[in-house]
Design a protein around this ligand. Structure first.
Ligand SMILES: C[S@@+](CC[C@H](N)C(=O)[O-])C[C@H]1O[C@@H](n2cnc3c(N)ncnc32)[C@H](O)[C@@H]1O
Length: 188
């Protein structure tokens, strides 16, 4: 079995993942448990999490904005896809959605990672558009459910609505430091 703690450390320390290492390690255990064949990530920044997903799954798709500035929620650095197939564009653009469905060719998504537009409207639109591509029993992961100090980051407002509607959810929020937090929802 892979050492997910080491994968998380490499993703953060070497490949610039915008993550807390302990939270990423815990979420990797859940993702690996599914033995996923298709993972989709919205919001890739420098590709640190793409690196992590690629250690679990051969077939990874990324969708990320051409604008990776701090204002857009990115770190400003260049993207390394780590072997994922990446579309640079706005996740809310129907053409981007069409690109993904073309790539999937009717195959379901095992794991959907939402880490792009963190506004309330942005993350809820990503969920509404892309979660139906996930197979029953697959996972939808929302990053930054615990962040409340950045006025643009509003995932913490959307996540409780999902907890009310879906019976099977888990929160991965570090006890070691102020968490970014992952919300994990099993799609039905
Ligand atoms: C927080 S970063 C992603 C961090 C990355 N998942 C990681 O952990 O290393 C958010 C990313 O989402 C991108 N983004 C913001 N709005 C977007 C949109 N509407 N469509 C696609 N990507 C978007 C930003 O450019 C940025 O690269």
């Amino acid at each position: 079995m892979a050492d997910w703690g080491e994968v998380a450390r490499t993703a953060c320390d070497v490949h610039h993942a915008s993550q807390h290492q302990d939270e990423l390690a815990d979420v990797l255990v859940l993702v690996a448990d599914l033995a996923p064949t298709v993972i989709v990530e919205i919001g890739c920044d420098r590709g640190g999490t793409l690196y992590a997903w690629r250690q679990v799954c051969q077939r990874v798709y990324g969708i990320t904005s051409a604008d990776n500035s701090h204002a857009a929620g990115g770190s400003g650095g260049p993207l390394d896809s780590h072997g994922a197939t990446v579309q640079v564009g706005d996740s809310h653009d129907p053409a981007t959605f069409d690109w993904l469905t073309g790539q999937l060719d009717s195959d379901p998504v095992d794991v959907l990672v939402l880490d792009g537009d963190h506004t309330y409207d942005g993350v809820s639109q990503d969920f509404t558009m892309y979660a139906p591509l996930v197979r029953p029993g697959g996972l939808v992961l929302l990053h930054d459910i615990a962040v409340t100090n950045d006025p643009r980051a509003q995932v913490y407002r959307f996540w409780p609505e999902l907890v009310e509607r879906w019976p099977d959810t888990v929160e991965i929020c570090s006890a070691q430091h102020t968490p970014y937090g992952w919300g994990v929802l099993r799609w039905t």
